[in-house]
Write a protein that binds this ligand. Structure first.
Ligand code: RB5
Length: 148
C-alpha cells in the first residue's frame, strides 16, 4: 500500500505524528507538504493530493488541517475521491467497510495525537465490504460520470 500525506500549516504537527505511525507500520508513503512557516490555503494542498490519489498514484490519502473540514470539502470535489472526515475509530472503520473511502481527513485542532494514530491505523487496516454497499458507492461514481 502507498499512502499520500498532506497538511496545511494547521495540520503539520499531526501530519508528522501520522508519518511516524506509517514508518512504524512499514507503510510506503510520500509527504506532499506543507513545510510552511506561514499560513497556506488548504485547497492548494488538498486538491493536488486528491488528484494524485484519484489517478491511482497512491492507494490512500490522509489530509490534515485545523479541523479537517476544509481538506475534506476540497478533496471531495475531485472525481473518484471519497474523503471521510473522521475523528473516531468507529467512523474510520465504517467509512472503509461501507463507503470504500480512499482519503481520510482529520483536524489537528480537534483531536490529539493518540486518537489520530488509532483513527489512521483503523482507516489503513480496514477493508471495503462491497456486497450491498457496492451499489450505493456505484451511485456516487455514476453521478460523477454524468456530471463531470
Ligand atoms: C486554518 O486556519 C484553518 O482554517 C484550516 O486549517 C482548516 O481548519 C480549514 O478547514
Amino acid at each position: 500500500m502507498k499512502v499520500l500525506l498532506s497538511a496545511d500549516h494547521a495540520g503539520m504537527t499531526l501530519r508528522n505524528e501520522v508519518k511516524d505511525l506509517l514508518e512504524e507500520m512499514g507503510i510506503e508513503y510520500e509527504d506532499a507538504g506543507c513545510s510552511c512557516e506561514t499560513s497556506v490555503d488548504y485547497p492548494d494542498y488538498a486538491l493536488p493530493a486528491a488528484e494524485r490519489v484519484a489517478k491511482g498514484e497512491f492507494d490512500r490519502g490522509i489530509l490534515i488541517c485545523g479541523t479537517g473540514i476544509g481538506m475534506s470539502i476540497s478533496a471531495n470535489k475531485v472525481k473518484g475521491i471519497r474523503c471521510a472526515l473522521a475523528h473516531d475509530v468507529y467512523s474510520a472503520k465504517l467509512t472503509r467497510h461501507h463507503n470504500d473511502a480512499n482519503m481520510l481527513a482529520m483536524g489537528e485542532r480537534v483531536i490529539g495525537p493518540g486518537p489520530a494514530r488509532e483513527i489512521a491505523k483503523a482507516f489503513l487496516e480496514t477493508e471495503y465490504d462491497g456486497g450491498r454497499h457496492a451499489n450505493r458507492v456505484k451511485k456516487i461514481t455514476d453521478y460523477e460520470e454524468e456530471h463531470n
